[in-house]
Design a binder for this molecule. Structure first.
Ligand code: RET
Length: 248
């Protein structure tokens, strides 16, 4: 039998997902190509950044193909009529598989730039995994307790933002003017974008307030800024910085 959801992407959402997929793929080749122009000891940030867009390429290929989702009964079928048995929304769990791999890599890009000690990096990554997994569980459970998971995720995000805007920023500045500047640009972009993800979640997976096509646009724009644009800014910021100076 055909599995469907009452709120699912149309061909427009699919086309947009494939467009983002193409941008992610081109970015991956660009970051890898740039890596090859550098000596091996200078490639760490290219490798991390290319890995991020590579994973996203496959996630977006899945979503463009309308795969990697499961129908979840919604609490508030607002403006979508009323069906006996309740309406279902398409929840793309593949998004969270992407995030659980790529958000730790994004944090490594930032925290290695700031040259934070590795126990700090590991702990922040653990909290990041808590944030993504609570978001996934909250998206999948059919209960208003989903907002409890959401709150746990937001607390985790607050801790990550505290480390970024306070501890890591101070540490980056102490590593030199060029490192401080690279961190300021990439860290600020991250702090701004990452606070928008829980808003998207509240409108999509959480509250079912916008359509799946709108979800595609919202998360798609965020991911383009948080991955390829962030990556380009980071690699540009590392021009002239020897990773050995950061202990790498
Ligand atoms: C969730 C829901 C639970 C509460 C919070 C969330 C935050 C998610 C974030 C995701 C960032 C993703 C990125 C992807 C790659 O480009 C899981 C939506 C706080 C911050 C940067």
């Amino acid at each position: 039998s055909t599995v469907y959801a009452d709120n699912a992407i149309t061909t427009r959402g699919s086309d947009w997902y494939f467009t983002v997929c193409a941008v992610m793929m081109v970015s991956t080749f660009a970051f890898m190509g740039l890596a090859l122009t550098k000596p091996r000891q200078h490639r760490i940030f290219h490798y991390i950044t290319a890995s991020i867009t590579m994973v996203a390429t496959i996630a977006y290929f899945s979503m463009g193909s309308n795969l990697g989702w499961t129908p979840i009964q919604v609490e508030f079928p607002r403006g979508q009529g009323s069906k006996v048995g309740g309406l279902e929304r398409e929840i793309f769990y593949v998004r969270y598989i992407d995030w659980v791999i790529t958000t730790p890599l994004l944090l490594m890009d930032l925290l290695l730039t700031a040259a934070l000690p590795w126990p700090t990096v590991m702990f922040v990554i653990l909290i990041d995994e808590v944030m993504i997994i609570t978001g996934l569980v909250g998206a999948l459970v059919v209960s208003s307790y989903k907002w409890g998971y959401f709150v746990f995720g937001c607390v985790a995000l607050f801790y990550i933002l505290y480390v970024l805007v306070w501890e890591a920023r101070k540490h980056a500045n102490a590593m030199g003017k060029d490192v401080g500047k690279a961190f300021l640009y990439c860290g600020s972009l991250t702090a701004l974008l990452w606070t928008l993800y829980p808003i998207a979640w509240g409108l999509c997976e959480g509250g079912n307030l916008i359509t799946s096509d709108s979800e595609a646009i919202f998360y798609g724009i965020l991911d383009l800024l948080a991955k390829p644009v962030f990556g380009a800014l980071l690699i540009w910021g590392h021009k002239g910085i020897d990773p050995a100076r950061l202990g790498l």
